[in-house]
Design a protein around this ligand. Structure first.
Ligand code: NAD
Ligand code: WQD
Length: 336
């Protein structure tokens, strides 16, 4: 298939392009490089030995999108492009609503005009807000207790896509709800490259391990969990990437949500411990206050994706830490 990937230079997009190209798909990507580096795409080309057609512009740019759709016959669109920092979204809500929602609307418009009927969307565990049950299922309640504008954009976009599918029965939408993506391509040449101090636990721990940061701040150890620290469903980014290929191969009607997750919860201290083993060094940490907006535990059942997409998360936390460490050690300053 001829696939348009938005946000392809980013963390998950770059790993997904590898799997798409390895599966024989032809990839065009649009990225404004607001949170990424074109070097990621060059390295993906080296890994797969296949070219990526790259266009640098913001997906909200309707004129450029129109040119692109007019000159290509896309079979499907995978929409990764979006801003994703929870804290920043609280400080800059309009930027988040504008960027994330308008980019999606522009894409849907272009797809509609050009008869492209298959759309895969990077949704998030955040749509479940405060989990009403664990493990979360696709049928669990969504939209209640979302504590930040970033999460709201994901929830709103899911609604927009569901409505679009109701209006056009030939439009097929897959809402891929990612849990906590971690790890890197085993080559160690591409990985997560936060432009600022990382917000997420694993990249933070990786920068502590490499000596760029002093210690991990563990946000609370008084939750009702195995050791009092927060529990999450960490999924290897290569497994996540393969989930997109599985979703592309699957034909369904309307809007369908899938949890891309492992079904297994891991605590903050367990993750620090696994990373410390992978890096063969101690990772200093201190216990601090809880982070506002955090929930104690968030993990989900992958049963629907297993059953309907034939997709399984196969890689362990240990592999994710080893792969992440290989990337971090070999590229202490990311792509720069
Ligand atoms: P990322 O920031 O590494 O990648 C996003 C890419 O989109 C970047 O390359 C950025 O430059 C680009 N981009 C942003 N806005 C754009 C725009 N308007 N036009 C063109 N390009 C634009 O993030 P990621 O971790 O790879 O996440 C990819 C998607 O998955 C995002 O939509 C994110 O919200 C979603 N998601 C991520 C996580 C996570 O923890 N990483 C979890 C759940 C969902
Ligand atoms: C994991 C655990 C923290 C950092 C976020 C978004 C979510 C999704 C994935 C996009 C929690 C603890 C963290 C640190 C810590 N993104 N922690 N010290 O919050 O589960 O999810 O990324 O859609 O929407 O909210 O991930 O990696 O920030 O935190 O103790 O320095 O690690 O409290 O228990 P989170 P995270």
């Amino acid at each position: 298939m001829n696939i348009l990937v938005t946000g392809g230079a980013g963390y998950i997009g770059s790993h997904t392009i590898i799997e798409l190209q390895n599966a024989g798909h032809v990839v065009t990507t649009v990225d404004n490089l607001s949170n990424s580096n074109q070097e990621a795409l060059r390295r993906v080309e080296k890994i797969t030995g296949k070219p990526i057609e790259f266009h640098q512009f913001a997906v909200q740019n309707r004129a450029k999108l129109e040119d692109l759709f007019s000159s290509h016959a896309f079979n499907a669109v995978i929409h990764f492009a979006g801003l994703k920092s929870v804290g920043e979204s609280v400080a800059e809500p309009l930027q988040y609503y504008q960027n994330n929602i308008d980019s999606t609307l522009s894409l849907l418009d272009a797809m509609n005009r050009h008869g492209v009927k298959k759309f895969l969307f990077s949704s998030s565990a955040t749509v479940y807000g405060t989990p009403e049950e664990l493990p979360l299922k696709e049928t669990s309640r969504v939209g209640i207790g979302i504590t930040n504008p970033y999460g709201q954009t994901k929830y709103m976009i899911e609604q927009i896509l569901k409505d679009t599918c109701v209006a056009d029965e030939s439009f097929e939408c897959t809402l891929l709800r990612y849990f906590n993506p971690v790890g890197a391509d085993p080559s160690g040449t591409i990985g997560e490259d936060p432009s600022d101090t990382p917000n997420n636990l694993l990249p933070y721990a990786a920068q502590v391990a490499v000596g760029k940061l002093k210690e991990v701040k563990v946000f609370g150890n008084d939750y009702d969990t195995v050791d009092g620290t927060g529990v999450r469903d960490y999924i290897h980014v290569v497994d996540l990437a393969k989930g997109h290929v599985a979703a592309l191969n699957h034909t369904s009607q309307g809007a369908n949500a899938y949890n891309l997750c492992t079904g297994k919860g891991t605590s903050v201290l367990e993750l620090i411990n696994a990373f410390s083993k992978a890096a063969d060094r101690e990772i200093p940490y201190v216990i601090t206050d809880r982070r506002p907006g955090d929930v104690a535990s968030c993990y989900a059942s992958p049963a629907k994706a297993n059953r309907e997409l034939g997709w399984y998360a196969e890689r362990t936390i240990e592999q994710a830490c080893a792969d992440s460490w290989r990337w971090q050690k070999g590229n202490p300053n990311g792509y720069n």
